[in-house]
Design a protein around this ligand. Structure first.
Ligand code: ASP
Length: 628
């Protein structure tokens, strides 16, 4: 005998045409309403809701049973589809024309005390994470997981159509100094030795190119032991790509095609291709950021020529010292409060400026203590270059190029928030406010910008000076190729000027991916390690496998990796990547649901030849009490 089915339909499928049918539904009690003895239940499954009505006059026993139901009980209902009483239809619900009148009700399981109501806005994120399996019943989060699946499926289908092969690379790998801190895994079989969890499959994918695979991709888990933020988790997912015999152009076209496929599958949106491109110098020079949100307008304008012989000493001396004078026009921000001005000045100082000069244009008058130092010609130049109008507020940066750009870039983002052009959530992701809800006019170039503003930023610097470590670090990673025309600068040690064949893809001010052409010549890779301060001995110890592989016919290759979590976050309109991950960690890297990380049995530690230091031992709940 076959067992009867749990359900004949899902909770989002019955329509007017089904009236009169006998059906079986199963799901969760979303809400119950008692209207003078008649019980209405919204039955929910992952597809939607169906109203179930228990009328005592139709079936007294079942109606009595329904009285005991509470939210989130799991039930099965066997009954008939009927038309709703005319006038009580719910046009907002796909199943709003009908209801189910049960002849039988089976309680499959009870939900005991609910930790919180699913339809309530719960701000206690720790509580939500503790009961993650319950919180995930919220339609919004359930929808996010489905979108994530759509995006991942579109990715796989796209790469398959392009001849790319998905290859899994090891999770137990080797610790190499590449940027972030590694998570380590002690080896039981080789006491005192450790695996590292991969920060990215970077070296493996390059080795697959040496292996002749030519076209690789992977939806890969990556692990970085970093301080956490809204857009960072200790483990996250990358769409990882590598190809042989390619130029940056090939990677750009491939990535654009992939993003188009993802947006089509997940949002049914046709994104604009090809994406615009800015070099790193252009992006930072015009927006004060290497991941500019161009939708905000407020571009940085260079005024160094205009103020080269100014009598305003602050500007002039910055230029004399080889620096620049730059400014942004915050349209309609002349009403800036003292509190806002103080906060912006603080930001400017944090990022290296001595202060923050600004001018407001109110009642036809330029208001600022610095205006008296400006000549008429300088004022005229300012007016026309920045298109200053009544109600505007101009902020200046006069410093080294890097500092002036960074400071104005930060001011630009904060002013946009203050003007409600973007809302930055508690967790820190920028979100544009719909134009209609803006309280003040946006900067002029903001108009007509697309909802999805994709952008390539190219030609990043190869190297970055670390004052803390007193050495040069790779801006991307040590395997990134210098631009061919800048190679001579490596010999002459003009490190700050060397550009890399490296690129980022940016969406709405968020970096969603980055990559580069790689070094495939062993001598150049060794040279690069040398510049980065890796001794020849350490080169062999840490990267011997890669250097040997490069000596065995490594093809020219390059690639990119995109953060799947961030991408899906933007597609879903969320502010935190936690909202698009099934089981995320909280901002202290803890899984509150399973209480991990957790202390382990001392026996396990002994097997691994690990002894905890005194303070860590104190925190371990499982250490044996001291012997007397
Ligand atoms: N592996 C790099 C990263 O994770 C991306 C790449 O260069 O392909 O940033």
């Amino acid at each position: 005998m076959t067992e009867e089915m749990y359900r004949t339909h899902n909770c989002n499928s019955l329509r007017r045409a089904d009236i009169g049918k006998g059906v079986t539904l199963a799901g969760w009690v979303d809400v119950t309403r008692d209207h003078g003895g008649v019980i209405f239940i919204d039955l929910r499954d992952r597809e939607g809701l169906t109203q179930v009505v228990f009328r005592p006059e139709e079936n007294a026993a079942v109606a009595k049973q329904a009285h005991s139901l509470r939210n989130e009980d799991v039930i099965q209902v066997i009954g008939k589809v009927t038309a709703r009483v005319p006038g009580t239809e719910n046009p907002g619900l796909a199943t709003g024309d009908i209801e189910v009148v049960p002849s039988e009700l089976r309680v499959l399981n009870r939900a005991e005390d609910l930790p919180f109501q699913l339809d309530a806005e719960i701000h206690n994120e720790d509580l939500r994470l503790k009961y993650r399996y319950y919180d995930l019943r919220r339609p919004r989060l359930a929808h996010n997981l489905q979108m994530r699946h759509r995006a991942a499926k579109a990715t796989r289908d796209y790469f398959d159509s392009q001849g790319y092969v998905e290859v899994e690379t090891p999770i137990l790998s080797k610790s190499t100094p590449e940027g972030a801190r590694d998570f380590l895994v002690p080896s039981r079989l080789m006491p005192g030795k450790f695996y590292a969890l991969p920060q990215a499959p970077q070296q493996y994918k390059q080795l697959l190119m040496v292996a002749g695979l030519e076209k690789y991709f992977q939806i890969a888990k990556c692990f970085r032991d970093e301080d956490l933020r809204a857009d960072r988790q200790p483990e996250f997912t990358q769409i990882d790509i590598e190809a042989s015999f390619v130029r940056p152009e090939d990677i750009f076209a491939l990535t654009e095609g992939m993003l188009a496929a993802i947006f089509k599958a997940a949002r049914n949106v046709d994104i604009k291709k090809p994406f615009d491109r800015l070099t790193y110098r252009e992006a930072v020079g015009r927006y004060g950021s290497d991941k500019p949100d161009r939708r905000l307008g407020m571009e940085l304008v260079d005024l160094s020529d205009e103020f080269r012989s100014s009598s305003f000493k602050v500007f002039r001396s910055a230029i004399d010292a080889g620096g620049v004078v730059k400014a942004i026009n915050a349209k309609g921000f002349a009403g800036i409060t003292i509190g806002q001005a103080d906060e912006l000045t603080e930001i400017a100082k944090t990022f290296g400026a001595k202060g923050l000069a600004f001018i407001k244009l109110e009642n036809g008058e330029w208001k600022s203590p610095i205006v008296k130092f400006f000549s008429e010609a300088e004022k005229f130049a300012l007016q026309s270059k920045l298109q200053i109008e009544e109600g505007d507020c101009i902020f200046f940066g006069a410093d080294r190029w890097e500092i002036a750009c960074e400071v104005l870039g930060r001011i630009r983002l904060r002013v946009a928030e203050m003007q409600d052009l973007i809302v930055r959530s508690r967790q820190g992701q920028p979100r544009p406010v719909a134009a209609a809800t803006r309280t003040r006019p946006a900067a002029s170039s903001d108009q007509g910008t697309p909802e999805w503003d994709f952008l390539w930023v190219t030609d990043f610097p190869l190297l970055q000076w670390s004052a803390e470590e007193n050495k040069w670090n790779a801006m991307h990673h040590p395997f990134t190729r210098p631009k061919a025309e800048d190679l001579p600068l490596l010999e002459t040690k003009r490190f700050p000027e060397i550009r890399a064949e490296a690129y980022d893809v940016v969406l709405n001010g968020v970096e969603i991916g980055g990559g580069s052409m790689r070094i495939h010549e062993p001598e150049l890779q060794e040279k690069m390690f040398e510049v980065l301060g890796v001794s020849p001995q350490d080169q062999q110890l840490l990267f011997g496998h890669l250097l040997r592989a490069l000596r065995l016919g490594a093809p020219p290759h390059g690639g990119i990796a995109l953060g799947l979590d961030r991408l899906v976050m933007l597609i879903c309109g969320e502010q935190s990547i936690r909202d698009v991950m099934a089981f995320p960690k909280n901002n202290r890297g803890m899984d509150l649901m399973s209480q991990s990380p957790a202390a382990v049995d001392p026996r396990q530690l002994r097997e691994l030849a690990i002894k905890l230091a005194g303070d860590a031992r104190g925190q371990s709940g499982k250490e044996s009490p001291p012997k007397r």
